[in-house]
Design a protein around this ligand. Structure first.
Ligand code: ZN
Ligand code: ZN
Ligand code: FE
Length: 755
């Protein structure tokens, strides 16, 4: 009898290995190495059994990791030796559902180059088909109802494959082999244009949508993770109409631009090119070029412009030969979640738009666009969502299942399992019941996808956050412990966690923020801590001033300016812009509030100090979107290194009094506001350095972590970093999650675990 040296191996591959063409890749690799066996998906990832001679098996194992598809992200390959079974062929087997383990779901991916080429090739059978995709591209997370990621578990289940698509799906040499959302015009989803009660389907729908846009129409466009409102970015009047209807008066709109060449016409693009063209296709905030041919009301008073390139075939067709970029803003009313289904769009968005471009592939998971900036050639997230969620952030420690509900504004939540932090897509501002419902839905979905049953809940200390109240109720209902986390501690822990700091490490945590509930019930936000995951010591903070009338003082920066003048023992002279900006009656009431501590809360907020300075020097008295005054203050700053202002720092109190006095003196001496703004930014950076140096000499700590919404100010970020580097500090800034409240959930989870 012939002796055989055959061996059989069982391989378990984990990571992002579903929805990225992994099984077809394994199939082809097995053919090439002449192996028998099978490959399949289950809820833990991909399982493979291969049988052949030892040399071939080993070569296969090496290639498996070396040649993996571009979108795959292998975490681990575990192999077990088995008894050979005399297998002769290699097959792709049915997916299995099992209850242990975990599979990472791929985020949604932009159309790949091959599909784009086919889309625009008149001889291709998918010419101008707006839902073309392959194993390397297309929708993933937003169509996934449950795992494993197979067509019947996605919203593509409603579209049986035609013969031609079936053949591709089963042909291992085809690039659509086992592409779950595979479709064509004969069997797949269709676009539909609706205006004035008339509906047009198929390719004519796209052409009708383009003509509508040319005529100045505001169009609701169903995309990948939800609806956008779109209009011609060169049409001032249309944009104005959109602003009025949406109730979004000055907040910048993002643009969708056909390609990188065109984007360069509107913005200065260096290192940003890589991110703009990445498969995640985020909105990238870029410096506007002067004298561009776009409407001036896209991003008024703002030197930056948010640009993204098209990411779905439908977007490409919409912009193809259109001749100008489109405004693309989330399809919702300000403050409400994005609309995702056709019926809701036709009802709720009707007052906002003139026409609809719909399609019949359901969006199972709403997912807003991601927004990034580029800091020293690397990404600096502002909003982490489409293209990133639900890809986890890796933690430096193994965690039990924890749910951290995040904050109130720009909410995201986080579920942990093993050493993964699954951070949700952007949920929104938790100010109404609609957003809370969206939160609950996203939570239930992620909990099921990743099979996480939380054993511990973490929330913000603020008693009135909707998320905190929800967490309280949920923990009672489920009989789970609830841990309340101080807001700025969570910010610092989040930047520590994403950089993989371990339990032993302590940092100098600089958290500059708009608002956060302090342990003394004051509103914090200008905080410098010595912190680890377990605890923090509040070493220094901005000196308290009274915040009079809560939200009124946030919306009207002149009130904070008057408050700072009052705290600096200065008169409210009428020559000052902030005094002129405040109605006399209001001045009387405000003065009464400040002197009698009536309806005031003490605050150390750095965000409010930026507001105050913006109003003091006449940049902005009333805001219409969050952080508007600070953004405008930053945008006008010119750095001159002579005579920066100084905070006084004494016994942990950072006092802006002498700086406020110096600013007024400069104002009256006719120093340009651009220079005053520059001196102010430098003063804040210098103060960070001064406090950090004092802490270092007392504690020997050398890592400074920068977090909080104020660090979306790149001028401050760069200055602070430069000064700290020059003094040999190690500096941590955010790279995975935002510095704003969209990033705190991972910090909450890390703290909760270590408590
Ligand atoms: Zn493709
Ligand atoms: Zn088909
Ligand atoms: Fe915050």
């Amino acid at each position: 009898m012939l002796e055989s040296n055959k061996q059989r191996l069982r391989l378990r591959v984990t990571g992002v290995v579903q929805g990225v063409g992994f099984r077809p890749f394994v199939y082809n690799l097995a053919q090439r190495h002449q192996l028998a066996g099978f490959v399949g998906n289950d809820s833990e990832g991909v399982f493979i059994e291969v049988e052949s001679g030892a040399v071939r098996l080993q070569a296969f194992c090496v290639d498996l990791e070396r040649l993996a598809p571009p979108l795959a992200h292998i975490e681990k390959v575990i192999s077990t030796v088995m008894t050979p079974q005399g297998a002769e062929t290699f097959t792709i087997v049915e997916s299995k559902t099992n209850l242990e383990g975990i599979t990472l779901i791929s985020p949604d991916l932009c159309i790949c180059d091959d599909c784009l080429q086919e889309l625009l090739d008149p001889s291709n059978r998918r010419y101008r088909y707006p839902f073309i995709n392959c194993t390397n591209c297309g929708p993933r997370f937003t169509i996934t109802r449950q795992i494993p990621y197979d067509r019947p578990n996605t919203t593509m289940a409603d579209f049986p494959l035609c013969d031609a698509c079936t053949t591709e799906y089963h042909d291992p040499s085809n690039r659509r082999f086992h592409a779950q959302p595979n479709a064509c015009a004969d069997c797949g989803p269709q676009a539909r244009f609706v205006a004035n009660g008339v509906a047009i389907s198929g390719d004519k729908a796209l052409l009708a949508a383009q003509s509508a846009l040319r005529a100045g129409t505001i169009l609701a466009v169903k995309g990948l993770g939800g609806f956008h409102l779109a209009c011609d970015a060169t049409n001032y009047e249309a944009i104005n109409r959109l602003r009025k209807r949406k109730g979004r008066l000055t907040k910048p709109f993002a643009l969708m631009v056909y390609d990188l060449t065109e984007a360069r016409r509107y913005a200065i693009i260096d290192d940003e090119a890589k991110l703009l063209t990445s498969r995640e296709r985020p909105i990238v905030l870029l410096r506007k070029r002067d004298g561009i041919s776009l409407a001036t009301n896209i991003a008024p008073h703002n030197p930056y412009i948010g640009i993204m390139l098209p990411y779905t075939p439908l977007h490409y067709l919409l912009l193809h030969k259109l001749g100008y970029p489109l405004i693309m803003t989330s399809g919702n009313y300000s403050g409400e979640p994005m609309v995702t289904d056709n019926e809701a769009a036709l009802q709720q968005l009707a007052p906002l738009v003139d026409a609809f471009l719909l399609h019949n592939r359901d969006i199972h998971v709403p997912c807003d666009d991601t927004v990034l900036r580029v800091v020293q050639a690397q990404e600096y997230p502002i909003r982490r969502s489409r293209g990133y969620a639900p890809f986890p952030v890796k933690l430096p420690f193994d965690m039990p299942p924890i749910l951290a509900v995040g904050g109130e504004l720009k909410n995201t939540f986080c579920l942990t399992r093993d050493n993964y932090a699954f951070i949700s897509q952007h949920i929104g501002d938790m100010e109404n019941i609609e957003t809370l419902i969206a939160f609950e839905k996203a939570f239930q979905h992620m909990k099921a996808l990743f099979r996480v049953e939380p054993q511990l809940i973490a929330c913000d200390m603020h008693p009135n956050y909707l998320t905190s109240r929800w967490a309280h109720e949920y923990s009672q209902k489920q009989d789970l412990p609830l841990i309340k986390i101080q807001h700025h501690h969570a910010h610092i822990a989040s930047v520590m966690a994403e950089h993989g700091l371990d339990v032993e490490q302590q940092v100098i945590g600089v958290c500059f923020d708009g608002t956060g509930y302090g342990t003394d019930k004051a509103i914090w936000g200008g905080e410098i801590f010595v912190a680890d995951y377990q605890q923090f010591e509040r070493v220094a903070h901005l000196k308290y001033v009274p915040l009079a009338g809560g939200d009124a003082s946030v919306q009207k920066p002149y009130r904070m300016a008057l408050t700072q003048l009052w705290a600096a023992d200065m008169n409210w002279d009428v020559d000052l812009p902030c005094v002129g900006g405040c109605p006399e009656q209001e001045q009387v009431i405000l003065h009464h509030q400040l002197t009698n501590n009536f309806n005031t809360v003490p605050t150390s907020s750095m965000g409010r100090l930026f507001d105050a300075v913006a109003a003091l020097i006449g940049v902005r008295q009333i805001i219409s979107y969050e952080a508007q005054a600070a953004i405008e203050l930053e945008s006008m700053a010119t750095l001159v290194h002579e005579t920066p202002y100084r905070f006084t720092y004494d016994e942990g109190k950072i006092d802006p009094k002498s700086m406020i006095q110096a600013i007024i003196k400069d104002m009256r001496a006719g120093i340009p506001v651009t220079i005053i703004s520059g001196r102010f930014h430098l003063a804040v950076a210098n103060m960070i350095l001064q406090v950090a140096l004092e802490i270092r000499s007392a504690t020997c700590l050398n890592i400074v972590a920068l977090s909080g919404g104020v660090f979306q100010n790149l001028l401050l970020l760069h200055q602070s970093k430069a000064l700290l580097f020059a003094n040999d500090f190690d500096v941590l800034i955010h790279r995975c999650v935002p510095a704003n409240d969209g990033g705190i959930a991972i910090g909450q989870a890390s703290i909760a675990y270590h408590k």
